[in-house]
Design a binder for this molecule. Structure first.
Ligand SMILES: [Zn+2]
Length: 319
């Protein structure tokens, strides 16, 4: 059966036609950030993929949050201009005869991993995305955890650093995992760490001290080139992430944690060994966590969207 999978990110909207778990066609356009604009983009993507009225069995949507899951709306996302985007309404207008399933992107990705990923069938698994922000989804005892409004596990807002003096998270909290290790905050993290750095005065150190670090990529590139201070920043990001993963493990008792998201996947060689090293301290042998790379790379959202439409998780409303 053909399923249309939609991945709504802050920057890109991607739509794919998926047949038996295989992506047959995929198109993307920039997310205009308004409800009207998104309606236009969705219908243009459907036209490009030549999918539409009555031709597909079901539609799965993996979206940035926060979501009102019962209504299928994005509500009050800091990354989008419109306060409310009525996703369910837009999709039903486009596919009136299809069933539409909508979930938070990281939550959908966890379900995609559970059904189709490298560790498919593991009854207790977590999916963590390290991207612009940090998020996650969890399957416990074979059930996808949703929470009443669809934002059950905002793991990026767990406190991983009680002494953090680097400024607040986007949500207003202090010491949050996302505020230290989220891609948009890594330049700030480098500035904060520069103030206490006693090592060599490297290029990235001077840039950080003067507030000239413009992106997470700059930090990771410098670290890959052997810049001692950049390696220190990357180690701190990995350490915060290990603390978050260990806490998630303690809360959900998962056996496997799968990590995806562009910040992680683009810098896996640097991050993975460091995360594993710090996990040895935070989550010792008795509760060892298996850390696994995401199965679908940049298509994690699309495969998650496919998965929730292919086999609807219990408790997820359909439109
Ligand atoms: Zn937060």
């Amino acid at each position: 059966m053909d399923i249309v999978a939609v991945d709504i990110g802050a920057t890109w909207v991607r739509m794919a036609l998926v047949r038996d778990g295989v992506i047959e066609g995929l198109k993307r356009e920039r997310n205009p950030g308004t409800e009207e604009g998104l309606a236009r983009v969705l219908s243009s993507l459907a036209r490009e993929l030549a999918v539409g009225r009555g031709e597909v069995g079901s539609v799965g949507v993996a979206s940035i949050g926060p979501l009102d899951l019962q209504k299928g709306y994005i509500v009050g996302s800091p990354n989008i201009k419109s306060h409310i985007i009525r996703l369910s309404t837009l999709l039903k207008r486009l596919f009136p005869r299809s069933r539409v399933a909508i979930a938070n992107d990281a939550v959908a990705a966890a379900w995609g991993e559970y059904l189709l990923g490298v560790r498919a069938g593991t009854p207790d698994l977590g999916y963590i995305t390290m991207s612009t922000g940090v998020g996650g989804g969890f399957v416990v005892g074979g059930r996808l955890l949703l929470g009443s409004r669809g934002n059950a596990h905002e793991v990026g807002h767990m406190v991983v650093d009680m002494w953090w003096e680097g400024g607040r998270c986007g949500c207003g909290g202090v010491g949050h995992w996302e505020a230290i290790a989220g891609g948009r905050w890594i330049p700030r993290t480098s500035q904060v760490l520069a103030r206490g750095w006693r090592g060599a005065e490297t290029r990235l150190y001077r840039a950080a001290l003067e507030g000239r670090v413009g992106s997470a990529k700059e930090v990771f590139d410098a670290a890959a080139g052997g810049d001692d201070f950049a390696l220190h920043v990357v180690d701190y990001v990995a350490r915060a992430s290990a603390a978050g993963i260990a806490s998630a493990k303690a809360a959900y008792d998962v056996d496997v944690v799968i990590i995806g998201g562009s910040v992680y996947l683009n810098n896996r060689r640097l991050l993975k060994p460091l995360i594993e090293k710090h996990l040895e301290a935070y989550s010792p042998f008795s509760s060892k966590i298996d850390v696994v790379d995401a199965s679908f790379g940049e298509n994690e959202g699309i495969m998650g969207a496919y998965a929730i439409a292919y086999r609807k998780p219990e408790d997820l409303p359909l439109f």
